[in-house]
Unconditional design. Structure first.
Length: 202
């Protein structure tokens, strides 16, 4: 009697397995637990990540200390006795800050420039960045520092234009300073070469 029940159950199992859709079998197998180790996440995205390098605009909230400006140079009006700066690089990204590599203060930059009625004096630093992010076939020129004596109402773009040649878009975005880079307006480079140091200026 018992052997007959076992034969009937075995037959039923065979019939059931034959009538299950293939998709149901696959789903069941997919949900089965596995004891294999998970595959490490691919690092190819990190290794090939690109960032934009461009002319970023900086101000000095205190002598010799740089802060990335939240306002565009065309909309900001530096006051007499202030210092503004430019850096060709990634600006500020993922905790990496790339301000101008000069800590020159107003007193140092404008010591020999006398005050004049109706004008203001503003220190200007232009840093073309490192060779690793240089435009193709070009070498970054040396850091330029100067004191601009300009009309009091001049915005930061006008202040910069008083000490070096500017190349801008119709919207006022700075694409080149002092002839660098010679063409284009920002470019993509590997994040590895653009941010060689973790934290601080490069």
């Amino acid at each position: 009697m018992r052997s007959r029940w076992i034969r009937r159950l075995s037959s039923a199992a065979i019939v059931l397995s034959l009538t299950l859709p293939a998709a149901a079998v696959s789903a069941t197998q997919a949900n089965e637990p596995t004891t294999s180790s998970p595959r490490p996440a691919s690092t190819s995205a990190t290794a090939t990540a690109s960032v934009y390098v461009y002319w970023s605009y900086w101000t000095q909230p205190s002598a010799g200390t740089w802060a990335l400006s939240a306002a565009g140079a065309g909309t900001q009006t530096p006051v007499d006795g202030s210092v503004i700066g430019w850096r060709y690089g990634v600006g500020s990204i993922d905790g990496i800050n790339q301000p101008p590599r000069s800590g020159d203060t107003f007193d140092r930059l404008c010591a020999s420039t006398p005050a004049a009625t109706g004008k203001k004096r503003v220190g200007v630093v232009v840093d073309s960045g490192i060779p690793a992010v240089a435009a193709s076939g070009q070498q970054p020129p040396p850091i330029t520092t100067a004191c601009a004596s300009v009309p009091s109402a001049s915005n930061a773009l006008q202040v910069t234009g008083a000490i070096t040649a500017e190349r801008t878009t119709p919207e006022g975005m700075v694409c080149g300073l002092g002839g660098y880079p010679a063409s284009g307006c920002g470019s993509q480079v590997s994040a590895t070469v653009a941010t060689p140091c973790s934290g601080g200026a490069t």
